[in-house]
Write a protein of this length. Structure first.
Lengths: 159, 249
């Protein structure tokens, strides 16, 4: 086997040393750490971004809680205000209804009085007219002149 | 028929000698160079303009690099990330050599099928472990051979075994990769020989060659898997050994 021929050892070892040294010092060292730095930077960037996201999330949660609390108190205040307004409005309606009822009662009483007056006047007028017509009818039929007082008495007894 | 061992032959392309020692540029050197150039292209394109949202080339580099980083983070801890570029270099170099050797016709040579190369790579890991261990813990690093909770009367024996297993690490690391690559390539060539042998059966030409050909197609898929898995295993063991040096168990 050529592998075990001692004459082959030195040339191979010498060239391996040279080539490996060039590979390590002139090729790997100037290039690879650049990529290593980029990998580190990326890991750092990702972890810092994750941290920032975590912070933002807690902040958002806090805002959310504050918002919910604010909403709850605002809702309570609004409900109280609505209840008060409703009570006030119903009270106002009640008083106005009472006032309106009072005026309506007064007006109807007044109207009743007027109606009574009108009726009595009409009745008086009707009675007078009835008497006149009776006198006239008697005069035409009998030719007798009857005094209004007699007619009135006769009508009153007939009624 | 070609000898299945012929593919491992080292051929001198440019004979060189430094201080009387032979350091010729061979086909092995050539394929290591090709692997290096491909890795260079991959890395330079992938990292030319690093962006937070990566493009395709950058995503490919990042994928492999994150793979190595995650492996080190898991096995060594955060401190292990310092060695990520070096472990990445070992991993991608082994991976590139393994994969290039599997290209038919073109990838006629696999440097990682030579024990000299895999041993060299294993020594890089071993020396790194020693340097890190002694730099970090000084002489305290030797407590690595004294597992906690061992009864005192067996301690010398356990320490000797631990020491031996520590010393054998570069060898097992080297032999595992070399043996896997060699065995796979030998198998591919043996079945390649069968294709020629059976296909040239006079009475029924070509037809019988289909059987070993289909085996070779399946073997190539298996070898692709092994090429990737062995590169991974090499890097994984390197990071496990590194863990000993950094954390002393």
């Amino acid at each position: 086997m050529p592998q075990f021929d001692p004459a082959n050892f030195l040339p191979q070892l010498a060239w391996l040393a040279v080539i490996f040294a060039v590979l390590y010092f002139a090729i790997v060292r100037p290039t690879l750490p650049k990529v290593g730095r980029v990998i580190d930077e990326r890991e750092q960037r990702v972890s810092s971004d994750l941290d920032a996201a975590e912070v933002a999330k807690t902040e958002a949660d806090a805002i959310r809680t504050r918002y919910d609390a604010g909403m709850a108190t605002a809702r309570e205040a609004a409900q109280a205000e609505v209840a008060a307004a409703r009570a006030k409005a119903s009270q106002a309606i009640e008083t106005r209804m009472k006032a309106l009822a009072a005026t309506l009662d007064a007006r109807s009483d007044e109207a009743a009085v007027r109606i009574a007056a009108a009726r009595s006047a009409a009745e008086a007028k009707l009675a007078a007219t009835t008497a006149d017509l009776t006198g006239e009818a008697v005069a035409r039929l009998t030719g007798l002149t009857v005094s209004p007082a007699e007619i009135d008495a006769a009508l009153a007894s007939a009624r | 028929m070609a000898n299945p061992m012929e593919q491992f032959q080292i051929e001198k392309m440019v004979p060189l000698a430094v201080a009387g020692k032979d350091v010729s540029f061979t086909n092995s050197s050539l394929w290591m160079l090709v692997a290096m150039l491909i890795v260079a292209a991959f890395l330079y394109i992938g990292t030319s303009r690093p962006q937070l949202v990566p493009g395709r080339a950058q995503a490919a580099v990042e994928y492999l690099y994150s793979f190595i980083r995650d492996m080190l983070r898991e096995n060594v801890g955060k401190e292990g990330l310092r060695y990520a570029p070096l472990i990445f270099t070992v991993f991608i170099f082994v991976l590139a050599c393994n994969l290039l050797g599997l290209i038919p016709f073109v990838g006629a040579f696999t440097p990682t099928s030579h024990i000299a190369v895999t041993f060299g790579l294993a020594m890089i890991v071993f020396v790194l472990v020693l340097i890190v261990g002694f730099a970090k813990h000084g002489l305290h690093f030797f407590t690595l051979f004294l597992p906690e909770g061992t009864p005192v009367f067996v301690l010398p024996l356990v320490a000797a075994i631990e020491f031996l297993s520590f010393l054998s690490r570069p060898f097992t690391l080297a032999i595992r990769l070399f043996a896997n690559m060699t065995a796979g390539h030998v198998l591919l060539k043996v079945f390649g020989g069968f294709i020629v042998g059976l296909g040239s059966f006079e009475a029924l030409p070509y037809v019988l060659g289909i059987i070993p050909l289909s085996v070779n197609v399946a073997l190539t898929a298996l070898e692709l898997l092994i090429a990737v898995v062995q590169a991974y295993v090499f890097a994984l063991l390197a990071s496990i050994y590194l863990n000993d040096a950094v954390n002393l168990h």
